[in-house]
Design a protein around this ligand. Structure first.
Ligand code: AMP
Ligand code: MG
Length: 323
């Protein structure tokens, strides 16, 4: 008793310090660090919890910038640019990371029966929906469509050789790949939970709490200011492809950015949007593009082959939920 009374000043001070430290540690884990920047032609928003969230955000942004500089077909000097502008039979040196992504892309082209096809570049460049106001002519479309074929690419562990005239566009898979890499980066920096939102590409880390999943909204494809439905998920990615994301309108018809390699025209399936729920965001991104091209029936089959979940919103407003 005597000891406590004697040292009351010091004990109170120690208790105060303890309370302040607990508040600091508590807020470190519960208050998210949010960071928004522009990359891959879209707004990227990172909401990260845990130790080092601030450093992890900065590291993630640097990684996105690097990936965009290496992958974008519009960045001169990118691997994609170098391949697209290389002579036939002349090998282009690439990183092991890039070669692995190309191999995976070619495999996903085969597994999706050509619905997802990175050699779509001549068509995506011709349709150029960001700048066009009038659709291209049928002869130009047929000429561009004739150039497709992933089998014209010879890929080793560190080089790519075009065996015939072919160009590549990683726009349908790059954001998914970036999400996977960002997730790895922020997790190894100490992030315990969070949301990586790369345009229509959402990757969640952990759950909202140990007992509660994250809720990810799915945009209403008929009114993009609204949410059509949502999904409850943890530790996975939710990726949406839709004709409403990028398009131009001509004579009351929408011409959007997802091209059917089968027709050479913007895909016209029975789907208004295709959402894929899959742990592998890279494959999930390719799958969402493929499912949008294939339509609900073939698309659902493809997702079941991959054991992937999905939410397919049909043009008539009905929804197919694939658990
Ligand atoms: P996403 O929004 O993931 O569905 O990808 C669409 C983007 O991928 C387009 O902006 C093009 O750059 C590219 N793309 C368009 N059609 C296809 C396709 N059928 N297969 C692969 N990539 C495509
Ligand atoms: Mg995609």
């Amino acid at each position: 008793m005597n000891f406590i009374t004697k040292n009351i000043k010091y004990i109170s001070f120690a208790v105060c310090l303890l309370v302040i430290a607990s508040i600091f540690i508590y807020s470190e884990y519960t208050k998210p660090q949010t960071h928004t920047f522009y990359a891959f032609d879209t707004f990227v928003s990172l909401t990260l919890y845990g130790k080092n969230a601030k450093n992890a955000s900065a590291e993630a942004e640097q990684m996105m910038i690097r990936l965009e500089n290496e992958f974008s077909m519009y960045r001169s000097g990118s691997y994609t640019f170098l391949i697209n502008n290389a002579e036939i039979n002349s090998p282009v040196k690439v990183s092991g990371e890039y070669a692995a992504l190309l191999k995976k892309s070619v495999e996903l082209c085969r597994k999706s029966h050509g619905a997802f096809d990175i050699s779509v570049a001549p068509l995506s460049a011709l349709w150029d929906v960001k700048n066009r106001t009038v659709p291209p002519g049928a002869a130009e479309i047929a000429a561009a469509a004739a150039k497709l074929g992933c089998d014209k690419l010879e890929i080793t562990d560190d080089s790519v050789t075009k065996k015939a005239d072919v160009k590549i566009d990683l726009g349908g898979i790059a954001k998914g790949y970036a999400a996977d890499r960002l997730k790895e980066t922020v997790k190894s920096a100490g992030v315990s939970k969070g949301i990586l939102n790369l345009g229509g590409n959402v990757c969640v880390i952990g759950g909202k709490s140990p007992s509660k999943d994250w809720t990810v909204g799915i945009t209403d494809p008929f009114d993009t200011s609204k949410i059509y439905t949502d999904v409850k998920v943890r530790d996975t990615s939710v990726i949406t492809s839709g004709g409403y994301q990028r398009y131009f309108e001509y004579n009351s018809k929408i011409y959007h950015h997802i091209i059917s390699p089968y027709t050479g025209y913007p895909a016209e399936s029975d789907l208004a949007s295709a959402t894929v729920i899959y742990d592998d965001a890279t494959a999930g991104d390719a799958l969402s593009t493929a499912v949008f091209v294939l339509g609900s029936s073939e698309g659902e089959k493809l997702l079941r082959e991959f054991n992937a979940g999905g939410v397919l919103i049909k043009c008539d407003g009905t929804v197919i939920n694939i658990p």
